[in-house]
Design a protein around this ligand. Sequence first.
Ligand SMILES: Nc1ncnc2c1ncn2[C@@H]1O[C@H](COP(=O)(O)OP(=O)(O)OP(=O)(O)O)[C@@H](O)[C@H]1O
Ligand SMILES: [Mg+2]
Length: 220
Amino acid sequence: MYVVAIASQKGGAGKSTFAVNLATLADAADAPALLVDTDAQGSLSVWHGLRESATPLHVSCHVDELENVLETARSNGNVQWAFIDGPPQADETVAAIMRVATLVLIPTRAALFDLSAVPNTIAAARRVRRPFFVALNAVPPKRGILESPIVSAARKSIRDMGAPVWRGAVAQRAVYAHALASGQAVTEFEKAGPATLEMRELWSDVAQAARAMASYRKAG
Ligand SMILES: Nc1ncnc2c1ncn2[C@@H]1O[C@H](COP(=O)(O)OP(=O)(O)OP(=O)(O)O)[C@@H](O)[C@H]1O
Ligand SMILES: [Mg+2]
């Protein structure tokens, strides 16, 4: 089972948005994805409550229970992908969700205050020695193939932190809020829209990175 921890110490970065959208893409008829909500705000419970489908599966737990929850999923089910949604601003909790992860995904917005919070989250991933990459979220959409200068500058500032940054970016789009409010992922709400393309690209890269990390650890 691959475990993706979605972490950022900054509030509103897009952790819960990434969690529901990636888990829905990872969800398969014979292998349901699992969403693990460790945030007391309970955003995922609200979304799951609005949802018509029972999958992705959803469980809320305290970080102290994480190992047990993942062990149960490993031994009882055919879950292949688990996504942990973390709370903002809690060093110990962030470290705890990273520790159990195959891969850590760190969303951030491109604005100065958001970027200035990224080094703390990166440092936490390094402390627990887990592979990670940073993904820009809620950025101005591309014009044709041209990325906004804000995105290029943000990407460079993340690279300057010595951190890997996702080659794509998730744009700010109203469809994210509309999809969440209807208990859906963007890929269900607007199957052929630009947000769907971006999320599919993110999922493809997350899946590839997690698989690579898992085989690297097995080989080591
Ligand atoms: N790409 C996007 N386009 C438009 N709205 C977005 C996007 N990403 C996130 N949002 C909106 O921004 C708000 C914060 O996003 P989200 O709840 O996913 O962040 P979070 O990191 O989980 O926040 P918290 O730290 O409070 O848990 C939500 O209202 C969400 O709908
Ligand atoms: Mg959240």
